[in-house]
Ligand binder design. Sequence first.
Ligand code: CUA
Length: 355
Amino acid sequence: MRGWMGKFRTFFLFGALTLVLSGCGIDNLSALKPKGYGSDLLFDLMMISIAIMLFVFVIVMAIYTFVLIRYRQKKGQEDFIPKQTEGNKALEVIWTVIPIILLLVLAVPTVQATFDLADESTKGDDGVTTIEVTGNQFWWHFSYPDDEISTSQDLYIPTGERVYLDMKSSDVIHSFWVPSIAGKMDTNPGDNDNTMYLEAYEEGVYWGKCAELCGESHSLMDFRVIAVSPDEYDQWKEDMQNVDPEAEAETADAQEGQDLFEDSCMGCHAIGDGAAGQGPNLTNFANRTKIAGILEPNKENLVDWIVNPEEVKPGNQMPANLVSEDEASQIAEYLMELDHSDVGSNASSEEVEDE
Ligand code: CUA
């Protein structure tokens, strides 16, 4: 069965691949749609290298095709042997020099970008934000030491300015990656801190991923970067600083939940700027874009997560069955009331739409 179908098999294969891969172009999760300074630089580098590769490909294919046609065996010349040559200085020089030039064309902007992305010249200056980022299995802690704010999973930054990140890990190596804003940076355990910066051009909710295999739930170690206008950012900081961790919950169920939370959860979690233990700081929890970084933020999902976290994120540190389902429901009531700031509060609904 070698009809026209067989001949076009490769074509179909590539067609199908194109369809499948086009799903990778989710907005705000794509290095191919840069929305920040770092990703812009990297995108330009990708374009330069693709242009160089295309140039080489076209030239080589042109020469190849020419030789195939021009020097194929002709009728009546079956025994013809062409003139045998050995070495050609001019050719040797040409195909040594051209690749060197191409590599230089690629190397100069690459080295420039490398130094540019490692620049820390404004770090520590007045009005320049530095945020401490800690990778944990399998979530991210963010603290703003100058503003005495601690939070997790949703990283708030102002647009249009450079924000530095001091990065480390509490356990194994993770890698912090927000493809549409910047490149990757490893977070290491111990004293081996890394620094990078983010600069988002526009407001938006940007997907972040852990890009270093770090355990069972590595692929679920998602987070978000929420870029808001500088005014909104100041408002957010004020809201976060005004959080009263002991403020009493409103409904009766939530009050029960608050007591349960204090008894069962505060050993690991915290609300406000108080130091959290092993678990994420839950300030402004009701405003988070996701539960545990991956679930839609609703009460049902939250109860599922509290009762059986292992099913949602295998290998995570939160103990299962710490509370009953009814108790989890009350705790969820309480957590869903922790709406400490309106800034970015519709972030979950406006995020990531396929184009
Ligand atoms: Cu953390 Cu992969």
